[in-house]
Design a protein around this ligand. Structure first.
Ligand code: HEC
Length: 166
């Protein structure tokens, strides 16, 4: 009788052991394994700041690649008015970048004349608030805004034409 009890107990222990193993303990990639892996990932993970830096670098690289693709985007002609009034903040080609660094004004290149015109009107009327742009546009007539908008809207075509010539 004693032997039978021992045998049953042994069987039970082996069975429970098997069940635990099948559930996957720390060694089999089960719950415990996952927790341990998570801890490992966390310690290996880059800090948030570093990751953001990476992302920004990537963005910058992508922009550079785009600029390269557009040919020497600085090469196309812009009006004297754009050069003197807008280029200092938006770049000579409207890219919003100079020597790979973001400038004060955002990218204008690629936006249509209509969109630019509407944004300029919004600044002038104060519908869109920006002290810099509003002050700048105060002395410009709507017709001037239209002229600037039309010119900026032409940038991609000008860049393409300039690239084709090279
Ligand atoms: C002193 C710097 C500066 C100058 C010069 C300047 N801008 Fe801007 N511009 C800005 C800033 C800053 C913004 C961003 C404003 C915002 O979004 O709140 C802006 C925004 C704009 C926008 C809206 C862009 C967008 O996608 O939202 C347009 C269009 C624009 N500028 C056109 C011009 C034109 C045309 C000229 C020349 C007549 C000019 N800017 C001159 C600083 C400047």
């Amino acid at each position: 009788m004693k032997n039978t009890i021992v045998a049953v107990l042994v069987l039970l222990i082996v069975a429970v052991g098997g069940w635990v193993a099948s559930k996957g303990g720390a060694y089999n990639g089960g719950e415990h394994g996952k927790v341990i892996a998570d801890i490992g990932n966390k310690t290996n993970a880059k800090s948030v700041v570093e990751k953001e830096k990476d992302d920004r670098q990537k963005e910058n690289d992508e922009l550079s690649a785009l600029r390269d693709k557009a040919g020497n985007a600085g090469a196309f002609e812009v009006s004297q008015a754009y050069k003197s009034k807008c280029a200092s903040c938006h770049g000579v080609n409207g890219s919003g970048f100079q020597n790979g660094k973001p400038m004060m004004g955002p990218k204008l290149f690629g936006q249509t004349s209509d969109v630019i015109f509407k944004k300029l009107l919004d600044f002038k009327s104060g519908r869109k608030e920006n002290v810099v742009m509003k002050g700048l546009l105060l002395h410009l007539e709507e017709a001037d805004l239209k002229t600037f908008a039309d010119e900026i809207g032409e940038f991609p075509a000008r860049a393409a034409a300039a690239a084709a010539k090279e």
